[in-house]
Design a protein around this ligand. Sequence first.
Ligand SMILES: NC(=O)C1=CN([C@@H]2O[C@H](COP(=O)(O)OP(=O)(O)OC[C@H]3O[C@@H](n4cnc5c(N)ncnc54)[C@H](OP(=O)(O)O)[C@@H]3O)[C@@H](O)[C@H]2O)[C@H](O)CC1
Ligand SMILES: [K+]
Length: 459
Amino acid sequence: MIPVVTPVEMAAIDASAPEPLDVLIERAGRAVAAAAIDLLGGTYGRVVNVVVGKGNNGADGRVAARRLEARGVKVRVIDAAMRPPVLRRSDLVIDAAYGTGFRGEWIAPEVGDALVLAVDIPSGVDALTGEAGAGVLPADRTITFQALKPGLLLGDGARLAGHIDVADIGLDVSGASQHQVTVDDVAEWWPTRAIDAHKWNGAVKVIGGSPEMPGAAVLASTAAARAGGSLVSLSAPGVTVATPPEIVQRHVAADDFSADALVDIHRFGALVIGPGLGRADEVLMATRACISDATVPVVIDGDGLFASAWSAEGPAPLLRDRELATVLTPHDGEFGVLTGSPPGADRVASVRAAAADLGCTLLLKGQTTIVASPPEAEADPLGGHVWFVTNGDQRLATAGSGDVLAGMIGSALAMGLDADKAAAASAWLHADAANRTPADGLLASDIVDAIPAAIGAIR
Ligand SMILES: NC(=O)C1=CN([C@@H]2O[C@H](COP(=O)(O)OP(=O)(O)OC[C@H]3O[C@@H](n4cnc5c(N)ncnc54)[C@H](OP(=O)(O)O)[C@@H]3O)[C@@H](O)[C@H]2O)[C@H](O)CC1
Ligand SMILES: [K+]
């Protein structure tokens, strides 16, 4: 896992570091110079423009400039405040105009075909939210210090940062409460079935589908099975859907189905509820009863999220009352249904606040998926852990993809993974499975088919 810290957190970490600031800046500048030489493939005859601002980001750039010059590189240092609209030709531009202290507007100069190395973050990107104006220079590489910043993983920032390296400048970020998920994390977390396991170890119950939307239930249940669910039982209210023979179907009525659907719920490791259920009043009512009565960890997706919020008091009373883990998997629109407003510019803060308010693990889908667990102590209202999952691309935005993810999380929960890791590891594997499919013409069922290969690759 790679720590992610906000600009405010980083300022506090800096302030409590034993080294004076100029030592940290010297280390940062040395790392920038090394990355520059790496990008240039040498020093002899190379020309580098370094754009420096008046803050510490600029100071990092000045150290790098000095070091590159000492190595024989021809270096031009350009004050950001007095930049010309177009820079003279160079092999590389080091963008050290502004870092975490940026506010407002920034129009970068034109740099021709030079490579661009951003110091800490591309200047003009908000290090907290990833928001950026149109004038930001896209980087080929960004070298950031000690920890990622949320703005490198979110929104425009993720697109503008290029390849990201994290340089160790000796700061202690062990207290970070946010991390980017890596393949090693998923390999460590994802459960392996015990040699003496039987089919009820890790069984998943799915309540989803409807006469109008049978496919969502098929995707969620087959994904649960492919992800490791030892036995998957599907109840699709009012309909029998066409599933592979390995999925056990337990027929339930189209309304008032909670008691029948949950009759043997204690035998399952987790419940996935919502995909394709529809929004008829009687379905919403029965869905709410299932959520409240399920004595196992629950993943709530799609129409299940709508059902959770379908009350004058909102979703909090129903969800907070649950004793076992609950994972909610909204996209932005469903997040708005759950909380009353879509995620704000600071998506992490929005997800954290909702997780705390609802007492649930919340997975907000997006270009970068954010998972936040509810705080453990009431005294620390935003204290839950946050995971960033960044390995997905536009392939995940295909119909039914969310149903697949919900099934996978159900499987991970049923195999005993903690809710936040179940959600984060499933999101990572879901993206990795999608990355194994063709870039065009992808069906959500292709993602299901690729799940075993994605899991095989982490073994
Ligand atoms: N622990 C670490 O990660 C370390 C990081 N380091 C580097 O330090 C920067 C952060 O430095 P800081 O001085 O806090 O901030 P910046 O350099 O990003 O910018 C602040 C100055 O820039 C001015 N500013 C901001 N926005 C604009 C703008 N749109 N136009 C003009 N000027 C702007 C700002 O002026 P104000 O008037 O707003 O105050 C500041 O003067 C971090 O990113 C790392 O690169 C160090 O290496 C130490 C360790
Ligand atoms: K910068």
